[in-house]
Write a protein that binds this ligand. Structure first.
Ligand SMILES: C[S@@+](CC[C@H](N)C(=O)[O-])C[C@H]1O[C@@H](n2cnc3c(N)ncnc32)[C@H](O)[C@@H]1O
Length: 231
């Protein structure tokens, strides 16, 4: 295991709250909400309706999305990319057409997938966890077939006061007893989850050569879903 991979794993463990198994369990419990009927409608609108597709889930966590796809499409070839050991441990049994690879998507290189081999990719709640998404977007242009699709969902920037009110409901910030360590964690959490606006992500995709097909705002503007095409 390289030092860089270890650095990313250490960063992610802290980002995930310091308790890996709890973070994996939370990802399982939020799966339904993140892959609801609106998500599937968006996916089906943009991802070709044919068999024998090769699809990758980037930062696949416990791989529930890929297991669902494997069940619906036994002829798909499915690959999950993941780096956190506790997420990998939570994958357990895999269908035959699902493969999991360990890689750091901050610096993916071109070799994880052969040139123009992928029909579609999902990056669900991954981008805010990367140190920067440019290297991944560039690698995706290499991996996706011409016309291949990236579906990306992530948290986007929200005003600090809305975030604080959500974290500390009914708290009077002028008078309540507040502890510095709790505030430190809260502000770190804010900056790690509020890196980009929806426009930042879509213009970065365009800068890297993608064509934006659709952008939806979700959860009262706190998240965005984007479909982008490799021209
Ligand atoms: C918020 S979770 C979402 C998991 C899954 N996509 C889902 O929607 O249920 C983000 C996932 O991306 C993984 N991840 C974050 N940074 C990564 C990196 N640099 N390389 C590979 N995986 C990464 C995390 O370990 C985590 O499993």
């Amino acid at each position: 295991m390289t030092d860089k991979l270890n650095d990313t794993q250490r960063y992610l463990e802290q980002h995930h709250g310091g308790d890996g198994s709890k973070a994996a369990a939370k990802t399982v419990s939020t799966h339904e909400r993140n892959h609801d009927t609106d998500f599937w409608a968006f996916w089906r609108t943009h991802v070709p309706n044919s068999e024998n597709l090769h699809i990758a889930d980037l930062g696949c966590g416990p791989a529930l999305f890929l297991k669902q796809l494997a069940h619906q499409h036994p002829n798909y070839r499915l690959t999950g990319i993941e780096i956190a050991p506790y997420m990998l441990a939570s994958i357990e049994e895999k269908p035959e057409n699902l493969e999991i690879r360990v890689a750091d998507l901050n610096a993916p290189g071109n070799n994880i997938f052969p040139h123009q081999s992928l029909d579609a990719c999902l990056a669900n709640m991954l981008i805010h966890e990367l140190f920067q998404p440019v290297m991944l977007f560039r690698a995706l242009r290499h991996w996706l077939k011409p016309g291949g699709i990236l579906i990306l969902t992530d948290m986007i920037r929200q005003p600090l006061d809305t975030f604080l009110q959500h974290k500390f409901p009914d708290t009077d910030f002028a008078r309540a007893e507040l502890e510095a360590p709790e505030m430190n964690d809260c502000f770190r959490d804010y900056f790690e989850h509020n890196r980009y606006s929806a426009e930042d992500i879509s213009s970065l995709l365009s800068l890297c050569g993608f064509e934006i097909l659709e952008l939806q705002l979700l959860r009262q503007g706190r998240a965005a879903r984007i479909a982008a095409r490799n021209p």
